[in-house]
Design a binder for this molecule. Structure first.
Ligand code: NAP
Length: 256
């Protein structure tokens, strides 16, 4: 390694990115590819043409794995398929996530379980499966979980989302404690308010949009590209001594 910038390079690395079809997942997959990684993207959808194209434009390979992360039985296939395509796995980005909005007083078991299953339960078992793969192949690995402002704040009308994202922050610390000694770095990124399908309803509500924008010190919604620096950093050797931390990429939202 010649210098600090080389420590950020991901040449020869393989990243599994869940929810890579669109939004923040696509943005992070493309950033990882630009840094040198091949990408195994996971999504509901049968294919992810825009992500595949952008990864190819970076000179890297993209393999798509269709899977419903509401169920755990897809996890062995995700790891096996990524391994079959690329021969190793070095990075896991747990990005796929959903949100259900309803008053806490009316919130249903279905709304609770649907969010917890995708946002927290599958994330834990994917972390476990990836860590087993890292240990099998040797050389450690990097896990980056996608948290939220609601890992730090309570939010409103999103009880299962807040529970899941607060859980992500805690789980990230627990896994770091158990696996740091095995050369596996587990960290998280907490995006602020980002312009994706996930926030389309908020941005479409003129009053909520103005309230949110007025509270963001940077004065704009974030973009998928805004996560590129943090995800490449945490996936790289430059972050080898960072364990269990949740980095906010939020235009200053939490500083208010
Ligand atoms: P998005 O645009 O709604 O995209 C969600 C992604 O997750 C899609 O690729 C989707 O795949 C995938 N996904 C959802 N449920 C799935 C399932 N059951 N099985 C497989 N894939 C599934 O969301 P986003 O805004 O990019 O959010 C990505 C992550 O960032 C989420 O964890 C979210 O909670 C978090 N986050 C977002 C914001 C924000 O402001 N946008 C802020 C903080 C945290 P398909 O396209 O195939 O359905």
């Amino acid at each position: 390694m010649n210098g600090i910038l080389d420590a950020f390079k991901l040449d020869g690395k393989v990243a599994v990115v869940t929810g890579a079809t669109r939004g923040l997942g696509r943005g992070m997959a493309v950033a990882l590819a630009q840094a040198g990684a091949d990408i195994a993207g996971v999504g509901h959808a049968a294919e992810a043409p825009e992500t595949a194209q952008a990864v190819a434009a970076s000179g890297r390979r993209y393999a798509h794995i269709q899977a419903d992360l509401a169920k755990l039985d897809v996890i062995p296939r995700i790891i096996d398929t990524a391994f079959e395509h690329f021969g190793r796995i070095d990075i896991l980005v747990n990005n796929a996530g959903i949100i259900k909005r309803n008053d806490a007083i009316d919130f249903t078991e279905q709304e609770w379980d649907a969010v917890m299953d995708v946002n927290l339960k599958s994330v834990f078992f994917l972390c476990q499966a990836a860590a087993r793969q890292f240990i099998r192949q040797g050389g450690g690995g990097k896990i980056i979980n996608i948290a939220s402002m609601l890992s730090f704040q309570g939010g409103i009308r999103v009880p299962s989302y807040t529970a899941s994202k607060s859980g992500i922050k805690g789980l990230t610390m627990l896994l770091a404690n158990e696996w740091a000694g095995r050369g596996i770095n587990v960290n998280a990124i907490a995006p602020g308010y980002m312009a994706t399908d996930n926030t389309a309803a908020l941005r479409g509500d003129a009053q909520r949009n103005a309230e949110i924008l007025g509270r963001i010190p940077a004065g704009r919604w974030g973009t998928p590209e805004d996560l590129g620096g943090a995800v490449v950093f945490l996936a790289s050797a430059a972050a080898d001594y960072i364990n269990g931390y949740t980095i906010a990429v939020d235009g200053g939202w939490l500083a208010r």
